[in-house]
Write a protein that binds this ligand. Structure first.
Ligand SMILES: Cc1ncc(COP(=O)(O)O)c(C=O)c1O
Length: 411
Protein backbone atom coordinates (compact mmCIF):
# COMPACT_ATOMS: atom_id res chain seq x y z
CA UNK A 1 0.00 0.00 0.00
CA UNK A 2 1.18 3.51 -0.85
CA UNK A 3 2.36 5.56 2.11
CA UNK A 4 0.78 8.88 2.99
CA UNK A 5 3.53 11.23 1.97
CA UNK A 6 3.65 14.94 2.37
CA UNK A 7 6.14 16.27 -0.09
CA UNK A 8 7.62 19.68 0.45
CA UNK A 9 7.64 21.12 -3.02
CA UNK A 10 10.13 23.60 -4.29
CA UNK A 11 8.23 26.85 -4.87
CA UNK A 12 10.41 27.63 -7.88
CA UNK A 13 9.26 24.52 -9.75
CA UNK A 14 5.49 25.02 -9.69
CA UNK A 15 3.06 27.74 -10.75
CA UNK A 16 1.34 30.08 -8.30
CA UNK A 17 -2.00 28.32 -8.84
CA UNK A 18 -0.53 24.87 -8.17
CA UNK A 19 1.02 26.15 -4.95
CA UNK A 20 -2.16 28.01 -3.97
CA UNK A 21 -4.34 24.93 -4.48
CA UNK A 22 -2.13 22.14 -3.14
CA UNK A 23 0.22 23.89 -0.72
CA UNK A 24 2.73 21.48 0.76
CA UNK A 25 0.32 18.57 0.25
CA UNK A 26 1.08 18.02 -3.41
CA UNK A 27 1.13 14.23 -4.01
CA UNK A 28 -0.32 13.46 -0.56
CA UNK A 29 -3.06 10.87 -1.19
CA UNK A 30 -4.65 10.37 2.21
CA UNK A 31 -6.92 12.49 4.35
CA UNK A 32 -9.51 15.14 3.58
CA UNK A 33 -9.00 17.03 0.35
CA UNK A 34 -9.53 20.39 2.07
CA UNK A 35 -8.12 21.25 5.47
CA UNK A 36 -11.04 21.11 7.94
CA UNK A 37 -12.01 24.11 10.03
CA UNK A 38 -10.52 23.53 13.47
CA UNK A 39 -13.14 25.70 15.14
CA UNK A 40 -11.70 25.32 18.59
CA UNK A 41 -10.16 27.63 21.14
CA UNK A 42 -7.99 24.97 22.77
CA UNK A 43 -6.57 21.43 22.26
CA UNK A 44 -6.49 18.23 24.32
CA UNK A 45 -3.05 17.30 25.66
CA UNK A 46 -2.00 13.64 25.42
CA UNK A 47 -0.40 14.12 28.79
CA UNK A 48 0.87 17.01 30.89
CA UNK A 49 4.25 16.55 29.20
CA UNK A 50 2.73 18.26 26.15
CA UNK A 51 2.49 21.55 28.07
CA UNK A 52 6.20 21.33 28.87
CA UNK A 53 7.09 20.43 25.26
CA UNK A 54 5.08 23.44 24.08
CA UNK A 55 6.78 25.73 26.59
CA UNK A 56 10.15 24.52 25.26
CA UNK A 57 9.14 25.47 21.72
CA UNK A 58 7.94 22.19 20.13
CA UNK A 59 5.76 23.47 17.22
CA UNK A 60 3.84 20.18 16.92
CA UNK A 61 2.01 20.78 20.21
CA UNK A 62 -1.14 22.86 19.72
CA UNK A 63 -2.30 24.67 22.86
CA UNK A 64 -4.53 27.67 22.21
CA UNK A 65 -5.90 29.24 19.01
CA UNK A 66 -4.56 32.72 19.78
CA UNK A 67 -1.10 31.11 19.47
CA UNK A 68 -1.75 28.76 16.55
CA UNK A 69 -4.42 26.73 14.83
CA UNK A 70 -4.10 23.99 12.15
CA UNK A 71 -6.51 25.67 9.70
CA UNK A 72 -4.72 29.00 10.06
CA UNK A 73 -1.35 27.29 9.84
CA UNK A 74 -2.27 25.49 6.60
CA UNK A 75 -3.17 28.83 4.94
CA UNK A 76 0.00 30.47 6.28
CA UNK A 77 2.09 27.73 4.68
CA UNK A 78 0.32 28.09 1.34
CA UNK A 79 0.70 31.86 1.46
CA UNK A 80 4.44 31.62 2.10
CA UNK A 81 4.73 29.22 -0.86
CA UNK A 82 2.75 31.55 -3.14
CA UNK A 83 4.82 34.58 -2.16
CA UNK A 84 8.11 32.70 -2.43
CA UNK A 85 9.08 33.41 1.19
CA UNK A 86 10.19 31.27 4.12
CA UNK A 87 7.26 32.01 6.36
CA UNK A 88 3.97 33.87 6.80
CA UNK A 89 1.72 34.97 9.67
CA UNK A 90 -2.00 35.64 9.41
CA UNK A 91 -3.93 38.24 11.38
CA UNK A 92 -7.49 39.33 12.04
CA UNK A 93 -7.07 42.36 9.72
CA UNK A 94 -4.55 44.12 7.53
CA UNK A 95 -4.12 46.76 10.23
CA UNK A 96 -3.40 44.09 12.87
CA UNK A 97 -0.83 42.59 10.48
CA UNK A 98 1.02 45.77 9.64
CA UNK A 99 0.99 47.29 13.14
CA UNK A 100 2.34 44.05 14.63
CA UNK A 101 4.88 43.75 11.81
CA UNK A 102 6.20 47.28 12.47
CA UNK A 103 6.24 46.96 16.26
CA UNK A 104 8.08 43.63 16.09
CA UNK A 105 11.25 45.56 15.20
CA UNK A 106 10.51 49.14 16.31
CA UNK A 107 10.67 50.32 19.92
CA UNK A 108 10.36 53.62 21.83
CA UNK A 109 13.14 55.95 20.67
CA UNK A 110 13.35 54.33 17.21
CA UNK A 111 12.61 55.98 13.89
CA UNK A 112 10.81 54.85 10.76
CA UNK A 113 11.19 56.32 7.31
CA UNK A 114 8.01 56.17 5.22
CA UNK A 115 6.54 57.61 2.08
CA UNK A 116 3.38 59.61 2.92
CA UNK A 117 1.07 58.17 0.25
CA UNK A 118 -0.22 55.25 2.27
CA UNK A 119 -3.61 53.68 2.90
CA UNK A 120 -5.40 56.29 5.10
CA UNK A 121 -5.49 53.98 8.15
CA UNK A 122 -1.75 53.25 7.97
CA UNK A 123 -0.93 56.94 7.45
CA UNK A 124 -3.05 58.06 10.42
CA UNK A 125 -1.56 55.33 12.65
CA UNK A 126 1.95 56.52 11.78
CA UNK A 127 1.02 60.20 12.07
CA UNK A 128 -1.10 60.06 15.25
CA UNK A 129 -0.33 56.89 17.23
CA UNK A 130 3.35 56.02 16.76
CA UNK A 131 4.64 59.40 18.06
CA UNK A 132 2.69 58.81 21.32
CA UNK A 133 4.68 55.61 21.71
CA UNK A 134 7.96 57.45 21.32
CA UNK A 135 8.46 56.39 17.69
CA UNK A 136 9.30 59.11 15.17
CA UNK A 137 8.18 58.84 11.56
CA UNK A 138 10.24 60.70 9.00
CA UNK A 139 8.45 61.26 5.68
CA UNK A 140 10.37 60.89 2.46
CA UNK A 141 9.02 62.17 -0.85
CA UNK A 142 8.76 59.46 -3.54
CA UNK A 143 10.40 62.01 -5.87
CA UNK A 144 13.48 62.24 -3.64
CA UNK A 145 14.13 58.67 -2.52
CA UNK A 146 17.85 59.45 -2.29
CA UNK A 147 16.96 61.35 0.91
CA UNK A 148 16.45 57.98 2.63
CA UNK A 149 20.23 57.95 2.96
CA UNK A 150 20.42 61.27 4.84
CA UNK A 151 17.21 60.74 6.85
CA UNK A 152 18.47 57.42 8.26
CA UNK A 153 20.04 57.60 11.71
CA UNK A 154 21.42 54.99 14.12
CA UNK A 155 17.80 54.79 15.49
CA UNK A 156 16.19 53.93 12.13
CA UNK A 157 14.61 50.48 12.33
CA UNK A 158 12.77 50.34 9.02
CA UNK A 159 11.74 51.86 5.73
CA UNK A 160 8.04 51.46 4.93
CA UNK A 161 6.18 52.15 1.68
CA UNK A 162 3.31 51.25 -0.65
CA UNK A 163 3.27 51.04 -4.44
CA UNK A 164 1.08 51.60 -6.41
CA UNK A 165 -0.27 54.22 -4.04
CA UNK A 166 -3.84 54.77 -2.93
CA UNK A 167 -5.79 56.41 -4.60
CA UNK A 168 -3.52 58.15 -7.11
CA UNK A 169 -1.84 54.98 -8.42
CA UNK A 170 1.61 56.58 -8.31
CA UNK A 171 4.50 54.17 -8.68
CA UNK A 172 7.39 54.23 -6.23
CA UNK A 173 10.67 52.90 -7.55
CA UNK A 174 11.28 49.78 -5.45
CA UNK A 175 14.86 49.37 -6.65
CA UNK A 176 15.65 52.93 -5.59
CA UNK A 177 14.15 52.41 -2.11
CA UNK A 178 16.29 49.30 -1.69
CA UNK A 179 19.44 50.94 -3.07
CA UNK A 180 19.33 53.99 -0.78
CA UNK A 181 18.35 51.94 2.27
CA UNK A 182 21.24 49.51 1.77
CA UNK A 183 23.64 52.44 1.37
CA UNK A 184 22.35 53.87 4.67
CA UNK A 185 22.75 50.46 6.32
CA UNK A 186 26.40 50.36 5.30
CA UNK A 187 27.02 53.85 6.64
CA UNK A 188 25.30 53.11 9.96
CA UNK A 189 26.39 49.51 10.39
CA UNK A 190 22.89 48.37 11.34
CA UNK A 191 20.11 46.43 9.67
CA UNK A 192 17.18 48.50 8.38
CA UNK A 193 14.17 46.36 7.51
CA UNK A 194 12.46 47.26 4.23
CA UNK A 195 8.71 46.64 4.39
CA UNK A 196 6.16 47.08 1.62
CA UNK A 197 2.38 47.03 1.74
CA UNK A 198 1.73 45.00 -1.42
CA UNK A 199 -2.07 44.99 -1.14
CA UNK A 200 -2.78 46.81 -4.41
CA UNK A 201 -0.45 44.84 -6.69
CA UNK A 202 -0.26 41.47 -4.92
CA UNK A 203 2.63 39.09 -5.51
CA UNK A 204 1.11 38.17 -8.89
CA UNK A 205 1.66 41.63 -10.35
CA UNK A 206 4.76 42.70 -8.41
CA UNK A 207 7.42 40.65 -6.62
CA UNK A 208 9.13 42.95 -4.10
CA UNK A 209 11.26 40.08 -2.71
CA UNK A 210 12.93 39.70 -6.11
CA UNK A 211 13.86 43.40 -5.88
CA UNK A 212 15.41 43.15 -2.41
CA UNK A 213 12.53 44.02 -0.06
CA UNK A 214 12.57 42.13 3.28
CA UNK A 215 8.93 41.98 4.32
CA UNK A 216 5.54 42.08 2.62
CA UNK A 217 2.43 43.08 4.56
CA UNK A 218 -0.96 42.86 2.97
CA UNK A 219 -4.62 43.36 3.74
CA UNK A 220 -5.85 39.85 2.91
CA UNK A 221 -9.34 41.36 3.09
CA UNK A 222 -8.67 42.50 -0.47
CA UNK A 223 -7.29 40.44 -3.39
CA UNK A 224 -6.18 37.40 -1.38
CA UNK A 225 -9.66 37.04 0.17
CA UNK A 226 -11.22 38.34 -3.02
CA UNK A 227 -14.93 37.91 -2.20
CA UNK A 228 -15.64 40.83 0.19
CA UNK A 229 -16.62 38.37 2.93
CA UNK A 230 -13.64 38.33 5.33
CA UNK A 231 -11.33 40.76 7.10
CA UNK A 232 -7.77 39.45 7.38
CA UNK A 233 -4.13 40.44 7.06
CA UNK A 234 -0.76 38.81 6.53
CA UNK A 235 2.95 39.37 7.06
CA UNK A 236 5.41 37.46 4.88
CA UNK A 237 9.18 37.23 5.30
CA UNK A 238 12.06 35.25 6.73
CA UNK A 239 11.42 32.51 9.34
CA UNK A 240 13.36 34.34 12.05
CA UNK A 241 11.46 37.60 11.52
CA UNK A 242 8.05 35.86 11.37
CA UNK A 243 8.94 34.10 14.64
CA UNK A 244 9.36 37.53 16.26
CA UNK A 245 6.12 38.76 14.67
CA UNK A 246 4.23 35.74 16.00
CA UNK A 247 5.78 36.23 19.42
CA UNK A 248 4.40 39.78 19.56
CA UNK A 249 1.07 38.70 18.03
CA UNK A 250 0.51 36.46 21.06
CA UNK A 251 0.51 39.58 23.25
CA UNK A 252 -1.38 41.88 20.88
CA UNK A 253 -3.94 39.16 20.20
CA UNK A 254 -4.90 39.90 16.59
CA UNK A 255 -5.23 36.22 15.62
CA UNK A 256 -7.26 35.16 12.59
CA UNK A 257 -10.42 33.19 13.29
CA UNK A 258 -10.27 29.61 11.89
CA UNK A 259 -13.43 30.08 9.80
CA UNK A 260 -12.04 33.25 8.19
CA UNK A 261 -8.80 31.33 7.55
CA UNK A 262 -10.79 28.57 5.85
CA UNK A 263 -12.52 31.10 3.57
CA UNK A 264 -9.16 32.72 2.82
CA UNK A 265 -7.65 29.32 1.99
CA UNK A 266 -10.58 28.60 -0.29
CA UNK A 267 -10.04 31.92 -2.05
CA UNK A 268 -6.34 31.25 -2.66
CA UNK A 269 -7.29 28.47 -5.07
CA UNK A 270 -8.75 31.05 -7.50
CA UNK A 271 -6.36 33.89 -6.65
CA UNK A 272 -4.49 33.77 -9.96
CA UNK A 273 -7.65 33.40 -12.06
CA UNK A 274 -9.36 36.30 -10.35
CA UNK A 275 -6.40 38.66 -10.50
CA UNK A 276 -5.73 37.91 -14.18
CA UNK A 277 -9.33 38.79 -15.01
CA UNK A 278 -9.21 41.93 -12.83
CA UNK A 279 -6.01 43.02 -14.58
CA UNK A 280 -7.61 42.54 -18.01
CA UNK A 281 -10.86 44.27 -17.03
CA UNK A 282 -9.05 47.21 -15.43
CA UNK A 283 -6.91 47.86 -18.50
CA UNK A 284 -9.94 47.66 -20.80
CA UNK A 285 -12.04 49.94 -18.56
CA UNK A 286 -9.17 52.43 -18.19
CA UNK A 287 -8.79 52.62 -21.97
CA UNK A 288 -12.52 53.09 -22.51
CA UNK A 289 -12.89 55.80 -19.85
CA UNK A 290 -9.75 57.64 -20.94
CA UNK A 291 -11.58 58.66 -24.12
CA UNK A 292 -14.75 59.79 -22.34
CA UNK A 293 -15.50 63.54 -22.67
CA UNK A 294 -16.63 63.86 -19.00
CA UNK A 295 -13.38 62.35 -17.70
CA UNK A 296 -10.40 64.60 -17.03
CA UNK A 297 -7.83 61.89 -16.28
CA UNK A 298 -7.64 58.16 -15.80
CA UNK A 299 -4.87 57.10 -13.44
CA UNK A 300 -3.84 53.55 -14.25
CA UNK A 301 -0.19 52.41 -14.43
CA UNK A 302 -0.96 50.24 -17.48
CA UNK A 303 -1.91 53.24 -19.62
CA UNK A 304 0.75 54.85 -21.78
CA UNK A 305 -0.52 58.22 -20.55
CA UNK A 306 0.45 57.34 -16.94
CA UNK A 307 3.51 59.48 -16.12
CA UNK A 308 5.31 56.46 -14.66
CA UNK A 309 4.22 53.83 -17.18
CA UNK A 310 7.85 52.98 -18.02
CA UNK A 311 8.71 52.43 -14.34
CA UNK A 312 5.53 50.39 -13.85
CA UNK A 313 6.57 48.15 -16.76
CA UNK A 314 10.02 47.77 -15.22
CA UNK A 315 8.86 46.60 -11.80
CA UNK A 316 5.37 45.14 -12.35
CA UNK A 317 4.33 42.03 -14.28
CA UNK A 318 0.83 43.43 -14.86
CA UNK A 319 -0.85 46.57 -13.59
CA UNK A 320 -3.55 45.39 -11.21
CA UNK A 321 -7.25 45.95 -10.79
CA UNK A 322 -7.22 49.45 -9.25
CA UNK A 323 -7.73 52.65 -11.20
CA UNK A 324 -8.85 56.18 -10.40
CA UNK A 325 -10.81 58.48 -12.65
CA UNK A 326 -11.08 62.21 -12.20
CA UNK A 327 -14.37 63.55 -13.52
CA UNK A 328 -14.82 67.08 -14.87
CA UNK A 329 -17.03 69.62 -13.10
CA UNK A 330 -19.97 70.83 -15.19
CA UNK A 331 -21.99 74.05 -15.25
CA UNK A 332 -24.43 72.50 -12.76
CA UNK A 333 -21.99 70.55 -10.59
CA UNK A 334 -18.68 71.07 -8.80
CA UNK A 335 -16.07 68.34 -9.21
CA UNK A 336 -17.09 66.53 -6.03
CA UNK A 337 -20.77 66.80 -6.93
CA UNK A 338 -19.98 65.31 -10.34
CA UNK A 339 -18.10 62.43 -8.67
CA UNK A 340 -21.03 61.82 -6.30
CA UNK A 341 -23.48 61.82 -9.23
CA UNK A 342 -21.48 59.14 -11.03
CA UNK A 343 -20.98 56.98 -7.92
CA UNK A 344 -24.69 57.18 -7.05
CA UNK A 345 -25.90 56.22 -10.53
CA UNK A 346 -23.78 53.14 -11.16
CA UNK A 347 -25.89 49.98 -11.40
CA UNK A 348 -23.34 47.19 -11.85
CA UNK A 349 -20.46 48.73 -9.89
CA UNK A 350 -21.25 49.18 -6.20
CA UNK A 351 -20.62 52.31 -4.14
CA UNK A 352 -18.70 50.72 -1.26
CA UNK A 353 -15.42 51.29 0.58
CA UNK A 354 -13.26 48.20 0.16
CA UNK A 355 -11.39 46.75 -2.83
CA UNK A 356 -10.01 43.59 -4.38
CA UNK A 357 -13.24 41.59 -4.52
CA UNK A 358 -14.96 39.96 -7.49
CA UNK A 359 -17.46 42.85 -7.52
CA UNK A 360 -16.48 46.22 -8.99
CA UNK A 361 -16.53 48.81 -6.18
CA UNK A 362 -16.17 52.58 -6.32
CA UNK A 363 -15.39 55.13 -3.64
CA UNK A 364 -14.76 58.86 -3.55
CA UNK A 365 -11.46 59.43 -1.68
CA UNK A 366 -12.38 62.89 -0.29
CA UNK A 367 -15.55 61.33 1.18
CA UNK A 368 -13.93 58.12 2.43
CA UNK A 369 -10.28 57.16 2.87
CA UNK A 370 -9.06 60.78 2.85
CA UNK A 371 -12.01 62.54 4.53
CA UNK A 372 -10.10 63.72 7.62
CA UNK A 373 -7.01 65.00 5.81
CA UNK A 374 -6.28 68.72 5.71
CA UNK A 375 -6.18 70.60 2.38
CA UNK A 376 -2.39 70.63 2.64
CA UNK A 377 -2.28 66.86 3.21
CA UNK A 378 -4.67 66.25 0.28
CA UNK A 379 -2.32 68.29 -1.89
CA UNK A 380 0.68 66.31 -0.61
CA UNK A 381 -1.17 63.05 -1.43
CA UNK A 382 -2.31 64.37 -4.84
CA UNK A 383 -5.98 63.76 -4.02
CA UNK A 384 -8.58 65.96 -5.76
CA UNK A 385 -12.36 66.31 -5.20
CA UNK A 386 -13.35 64.87 -8.60
CA UNK A 387 -11.61 61.54 -8.05
CA UNK A 388 -13.46 58.23 -8.02
CA UNK A 389 -11.41 55.18 -7.10
CA UNK A 390 -12.47 52.01 -8.89
CA UNK A 391 -11.65 48.49 -7.75
CA UNK A 392 -12.38 46.55 -10.90
CA UNK A 393 -14.02 43.16 -10.43
CA UNK A 394 -14.47 40.14 -12.66
CA UNK A 395 -17.84 41.08 -14.26
CA UNK A 396 -18.25 41.15 -18.04
CA UNK A 397 -16.20 44.07 -19.35
CA UNK A 398 -18.93 45.27 -21.73
CA UNK A 399 -21.35 45.54 -18.80
CA UNK A 400 -18.83 47.59 -16.83
CA UNK A 401 -18.03 49.99 -19.68
CA UNK A 402 -21.75 50.51 -20.40
CA UNK A 403 -22.43 51.08 -16.68
CA UNK A 404 -19.76 53.79 -16.30
CA UNK A 405 -20.89 55.47 -19.54
CA UNK A 406 -24.51 55.73 -18.42
CA UNK A 407 -23.46 57.08 -15.00
CA UNK A 408 -21.09 59.64 -16.56
CA UNK A 409 -23.95 60.83 -18.78
CA UNK A 410 -25.75 62.01 -15.61
CA UNK A 411 -23.17 64.71 -14.83
C1 LIG B 1 -3.38 49.25 1.02
C2 LIG B 1 -4.07 48.86 2.30
N1 LIG B 1 -3.33 48.43 3.34
C3 LIG B 1 -3.90 48.07 4.51
C4 LIG B 1 -5.26 48.14 4.69
C5 LIG B 1 -5.86 47.74 6.02
O1 LIG B 1 -6.44 46.48 5.88
P1 LIG B 1 -7.69 45.98 6.76
O2 LIG B 1 -8.86 46.83 6.39
O3 LIG B 1 -7.83 44.54 6.35
O4 LIG B 1 -7.33 46.14 8.18
C6 LIG B 1 -6.07 48.57 3.64
C7 LIG B 1 -7.54 48.67 3.81
O5 LIG B 1 -8.25 49.21 3.01
C8 LIG B 1 -5.46 48.94 2.41
O6 LIG B 1 -6.19 49.38 1.36
Amino acid sequence: MKKNRLIHISPKKTSVSTRAIHGTKLYAYKGPLTTPIYQTSTYRFNSSDDAVRFAKGDPSVYVYTRYHNPTVHDVEERLALIEGAESAALFSSGMAALTTAVLAVTHAGDEIISTPSLYGGSYRWMRDVLPKQGITVRWVSPDHLNEIFSLATPRTSMVYFETPTNPTLDIIDIREVVKHTRRAEKRLGRKILIMIDNTFATILNQDPFALGVDVIVESATKYLGGHSDIVAGCVVGSSSYIKDVKGLAKHHGGCLDPFAAFLLGRSLATFELRVQRQNDNALALARALERHPKVNRVLYPGLRSHPQHALAKKQMRAFGGMLTIEVKPSRKRTAVQAAVTVADHLRVAVNAMSLGGVETLVSIPVYSSHIFLSKEELRMHGVTPGMIRVSVGVEGIDDLVADFRQALDRI
